[in-house]
Design a protein around this ligand. Structure first.
Ligand code: ADP
Length: 411
């Protein structure tokens, strides 16, 4: 394996393995990227990296070493298997004891993380019917590790599993019941590891005694909100697919289900074309006509760009409206937790969303709100606020490593 990384000298630079004790490797294998993190048993130290542009000749690994040094490694041909081989070769010297995989869809079958065996691997592949872009790439990652390290235990942590506690009133669609019973058409929800992590963290940080009722707003390129009571997901904004719910970077979120037939009749568009448009050309990008990146849109809005201003207003209005409706799923409402690239960094977006929820008696300190960005964790509500407000940077890798160790009885 070492020849696949022979142009670099990282094994020399990275020879200090003492601080990475019993690490778990976390792999998030997507259709065009692989994110990875090697996390020590006590979660204090990690090595991270990203293989991007997979499938293209420009594919490369961006790796950050234990001492913070950044390396770039080309992946000629851009094949997933080669990228994984190179990543594993980079990390081999740290003797990881387990591998945890983020898997997007666990269907109805999986309500928690599970150790990989032949049956589980087959299930991950079979569930591609529910996640055609993601589950096959996730399975590839499992097989690559199996081929190179057959003795290292692997665990799959499903994005959907956390939401399996939702009651039928939240997860069923009001459509003929045979579609649920025979075809598993129901709401599943996604971003489960992120919602689980930030709600657990909020319950650790708050002075309020439990059980707690949190609304977690994960606002990144993908956006979802979840109502969590006493550690259990009660309802969430994403559904059968990650397209339902909030307005996102390029995804529309909720639209009239009659839109598809209307566009077919009006413009002769195929279902695939409409699906592509709703997933890739809509959301912040579709309304602003500029970008899916909120920073670009905020800058244009400040310069008077009308469509950018509307994109931000719609994003916040739809998020606030969704949070207000999700509060119905909570027996008690302790507070809102903001996370994801937007939720963690944009104090103006947080303030606008809270303005939309103006009938809830929420009171916050604008200076504190503005001080929370760039990885800062903290609260910004006033003492007399009806609910608490928190910014908690998400850490899906840490959550996956933790669930992997728990599933294997290592912690
Ligand atoms: P992903 O869902 O791909 O993991 P992220 O959670 O990284 O995405 O979030 C990306 C979004 O966060 C982008 O819209 C980006 O503009 C936004 N973002 C990141 N930093 C800031 C910031 N300082 N101010 C406003 N938006 C930000």
């Amino acid at each position: 394996m070492s020849d696949s990384v022979s142009n670099t000298t990282f094994s020399d630079r990275n020879s200090d393995t003492s601080t990475l004790i019993n690490p778990t490797l976390v792999l998030n294998c997507g259709s065009s990227s692989i994110k990875y993190a090697l996390i020590s048993e006590d979660e204090s130290t990690r090595i991270t990296g990203l293989a991007e542009n997979l499938g293209l000749d420009t594919a490369r690994i961006k790796h950050t070493t234990l001492n913070g040094e950044k390396l770039e490694i080309a992946i000629p041909g851009g094949r997933h298997e080669l990228a994984l081989q190179k990543i594993l070769a980079l990390l081999e010297q740290y003797h990881f004891i387990a591998v945890g995989h983020r898997v997007v869809h666990g269907g109805r079958e999986y309500s928690k993380a599970v150790r990989v065996d032949a049956h589980v691997l087959e299930e991950v592949k079979r569930l591609k019917i529910l996640a055609p872009l993601h589950n096959p790439a996730n399975a590839l990652g499992i097989e690559a590790v199996q081929a190179l390290y057959p003795d290292i235990p692997q665990v799959v942590v499903f994005d959907t599993a956390f939401h399996q506690t939702m009651p039928p009133v939240a997860y069923r669609y009001p459509i003929p019941k045979a579609l649920y019973e025979d075809e598993k058409i129901r709401r599943y929800g996604f971003h489960g590891t992120s919602h689980a992590y930030v709600s657990e963290r909020a319950s650790e940080l708050t002075d309020t005694t439990g059980p707690h009722g949190w609304l977690t707003a994960h606002l990144g390129n993908g956006c979802s909100a979840t109502a969590i009571y006493d550690g259990k997901s009660m309802d969430t904004s994403m559904g059968l697919t990650p397209l339902e719910g909030l307005m996102m970077g390029t995804r529309s979120g909720d639209v009239d289900p009659g839109l598809h037939i209307h566009l077919k009749r009006l413009l002769g568009l195929s279902l695939e074309e409409i699906n592509d448009m709703l997933n890739n050309d809509s959301g912040l990008l579709g309304i602003s006509g500029l970008s899916n990146d909120l920073r670009t849109i905020e800058q244009a809005a400040n310069e008077g760009h009308k469509d950018a201003q509307l994109a931000i207003e719609m994003f916040c209005y739809r998020a606030g409206k969704y949070l207000a409706s999700l509060s119905c799923a909570l027996p008690e409402f302790t507070g809102i937790v903001f996370t994801g690239g937007i939720g963690e960094n944009s104090s103006t977006t947080r303030a606008r969303i809270l303005e939309v929820m103006r009938h809830f008696g929420i009171k916050f300190n604008q200076d504190k709100n503005q001080s929370l960005y760039g990885g800062g964790e903290g609260s910004f509500h006033n003492e007399d606020s009806s609910i608490e407000l928190w910014v908690i940077p998400t850490d899906e890798e840490c959550q996956i490593a933790k669930e992997t160790r728990q599933t294997l009885g290592l912690s």
